[in-house]
Design a protein around this ligand. Structure first.
Ligand code: 5GP
Ligand code: MN
Length: 356
């Protein structure tokens, strides 16, 4: 009896292994990575936890396959991500455009992570477009543009990190994910889901469980990500909540803004405003939050929503941007006041009037 059970178990493992659906894309990627290549990984401007984690995690995996790997960020990363293994080796296009262009020109393969269109990587987009390298897209944003040769696009994924894990796993290399690589990938899971509060699917938790089993210390990681703020960050948050917030009670919309003077007064650097927009959604009845930033040459807007309201549509239609249904952004050349007024005009088109 015991023997029979054992045989059945072996048969099950055999069938499962060989029945694993090997998609056409995975086959192509396996072929592409079958001998050492010059590889460049590029992610979007103003890289966030998912962009950084997926890029550095994939880089660390590809190095294990003996490829020569470079990572390019179009602009600087927030200093709070300095703990990510290997991040100091990443190139920053804004700081050294020639080195970044040379890396692109020498590449056999370019991975494009966490963005869906070449305009999201600024001037690097042109170099990528005209490069002869094979382009591999791994992304979870809506409406990817057709610029890649191999596309892993899944808008139901919580994060690009989740997809990078899936791709590595389907290549049969889950065991090549060491704790450092796993920490990179877990970073995107945590940050793009607001600590597993939104954008998840059952598979997200499977990936989290797998990464934890592979040795990721999620408690320590969350501490590194969230408890590393400087005094000025908390003072800036206080300023935003106390002095720069307006509520459209009739429609359940929160609007916040920062002026160029605020940027100087609070010494705001790249990444310092990340996460602030979400505070408005903590208020009862608030369904949409808009955070408008008066940056040196452009007005940047961050939009967040709850439930069925698509800020992706609003960002695309009115603010020259895009992203996800519940988290989008855009950039417009206009005055701060014009954009605040525009937000006030646009929101009633998307939200019912409340009886308050
Ligand atoms: P955030 O508000 O944090 O800057 O961005 C939220 C989401 O919107 C991110 O997924 C980001 O990729 C997307 N996003 C932000 N700014 C832009 C933009 O200017 N254009 C497009 N297409 N997407 C953006
Ligand atoms: Mn992402």
């Amino acid at each position: 009896m015991a023997e029979k059970t054992e045989i059945n178990f072996d048969v099950c493992v055999f069938i499962r292994t060989f029945a694993t659906r090997m998609t056409e894309e995975i086959k192509q990627l396996k072929q592409l990575l079958s001998f050492p290549k010059e590889i460049t990984i590029v992610t979007h401007r103003n890289p966030d936890g998912d962009a950084i984690g997926s890029s550095m995690g994939l880089a660390s995996y590809l190095k294990k396959l003996h490829h020569s790997v470079k990572v390019i960020f179009p602009s600087e990363y927030p200093t709070s991500y300095g703990f990510i293994t290997g991040i100091q080796m990443a190139m920053i296009f804004d700081l050294d455009p020639n080195a970044a262009r040379t890396a692109i020109d020498k590449s056999d393969v370019i991975f494009c992570l966490d963005f869906n269109g070449l305009d999201r990587v600024d001037k690097l987009g042109e170099s990528i477009q005209f490069s002869k390298a094979k382009k591999v897209l791994i992304d979870h944003h809506l409406e990817p543009e057709p610029f890649s040769d191999i596309e892993f696009s899944d808008t139901s994924a919580s994060s690009t990190c989740e997809l990078v894990f899936k791709v590595i796993d389907e290549l049969g290399d889950r065991n090549k994910i060491d704790p450092d690589t796993g920490e990179c990938l877990f970073t995107g899971l945590i940050t793009d889901t607001g600590s597993f509060r939104y954008g998840t699917r059952p598979y997200t938790y499977e990936v989290a469980a797998a990464l934890k089993s592979l040795g990721v210390d999620d408690y320590l990681l969350a501490d590194k990500i969230f408890n590393s703020q400087k005094e000025k960050h908390l003072r800036l948050l206080g300023h935003c909540l106390a002095n720069r917030m307006e509520i459209m009670k009739d429609y359940g919309v929160g609007i916040m803004w920062l002026t160029r003077k605020d940027y100087a007064d609070f010494d705001i650097q790249r990444g310092d405003t990340e996460g602030i927009v979400n505070y408005m959604l903590m208020m009862e009845n608030i369904k949409v939050a808009a955070f408008i930033l008066e940056q040196p040459s452009i007005i940047k807007i961050s939009l967040r929503s709850k439930g069925d309201i698509s800020v992706q549509e609003i960002a695309q239609k009115y603010f020259n941007g895009g992203g996800h249904k519940n988290a989008s952004g855009g950039g417009v050349y206009a005055s701060l006041n014009d954009i605040i007024d525009k937000v006030k005009k646009v929101m009633p088109k998307y939200l019912p009037k409340l009886n308050v």
